[in-house]
Design a protein. Structure first.
Ligand SMILES: [Zn+2]
Length: 306
């Protein structure tokens, strides 16, 4: 047992090697990274994390930096997000709402939320990407460039979005505690994060499961382990659902096809830009939609409150 290897979710020093993975998605490095599974809470985590190599492991063609392209899938996503946000903001009775998107880039999700509910007027983004600042301001959002732990304000937010963020951070408990500090009394924190207790996570365990997003996903939670971490930060799960993990299936399948010599993934054309990526995502979205009726799919939504 290595005492310096601490579970970022529960703090346990008791963990064992789970698998090894590398960056087959963006090819930023050939290095192999080791994932461990916490023996106490069953979270899976990367150790050590490449915390000083962010500019190397997040290449300039990283998908969340790219402009949202007009496509059929993007339209469906917008429609679903709008419906989802309306169900969240509908619970508030106040005349105006404030929202913070941590890791929100130029504010694409905040734009959708504002189009779903015009009461969302006061919007703020905290993100590490200096290039997103201009776009965020153009979209009418405030912007702080830095880590959420460094952001300080007297303002409290009704809605805090952390969509596919918590798995990327070094200290998830600190990030959740900071989000709680920024939350209004009746406010909600909306989290989307991969579920490592899913069938495809086990099926592709030794084959770079898409959800590993190696080496950019540093902690992968189960429903139970995430709720434990949230509780430590003084937050309770008000709502929970598993949601479809089609992009992980599509990514895992492309790796599988590449192993068979049928496709090629390069640094210049990473997984997300491969011509088969969109059709595979569409196919697996249908598959996971049906499967989600009786099984745990590989992404989770949490709505947290104080
Ligand atoms: Zn743990």
């Amino acid at each position: 047992m290595n005492n310096s290897r601490i579970c970022p979710c529960c703090g346990s020093t008791n963990s064992e090697e789970w698998t090894k993975a590398t960056d087959r998605e963006y090819r930023t490095t050939n290095e192999e990274f080791t994932l461990y599974r916490c023996s106490e809470c069953l979270s899976i985590f990367l150790h050590p994390v490449p915390v000083h190599r962010l500019s190397e492991i997040y290449p300039s063609n990283y998908y969340s930096f790219a402009d949202q392209k007009k496509s059929f899938i993007a339209d469906i996503k917008t429609w679903l997000d709008k419906r989802f946000f309306r169900s969240l903001t509908g619970k508030f009775t106040s005349q105006s709402l404030s929202a913070l998107d941590i890791g929100g880039g130029v504010g694409w999700e905040l734009n959708v939320m504002q189009s779903a509910d015009t009461r969302v007027q006061n919007t703020m983004i905290v993100d590490l990407d200096p290039d997103a600042a201009e776009g965020a301001k153009k979209n009418g959002h405030g912007y702080f460039c830095g880590r959420i732990e460094e952001y300080s304000t007297v303002q409290k937010f009704d809605i805090i979005l952390m969509l596919n963020l918590i798995e990327h951070v070094e200290f998830p408990l600190e990030v959740l505690s900071k989000a709680r500090e920024l939350l209004s009394d009746n406010g909600i924190i909306v989290i989307k994060t991969p579920n490592c207790d899913a069938w495809d996570a086990r099926l592709f365990k030794y084959k770079n499961w898409g959800g590993f997003h190696c080496p950019r996903h540093w902690t992968l939670f189960t429903k139970e382990s995430f709720e434990l971490c949230a509780k430590k930060a003084g937050l309770n799960a008000k709502e929970f659902s598993y949601t479809q993990g089609a992009p992980f299936w599509a990514t895992s399948t492309l790796f599988f096809l590449e192993n068979m010599g049928l496709v090629s993934i390069t640094r210049e054309r990473p997984v997300v830009y491969h011509p088969l990526y969109a059709p595979l995502t569409g196919l697996f979205a249908g598959f996971d939609f049906a499967r989600g009726l009786f099984a745990k799919t590989s992404q989770m939504f949490f709505v947290l409150g104080k």
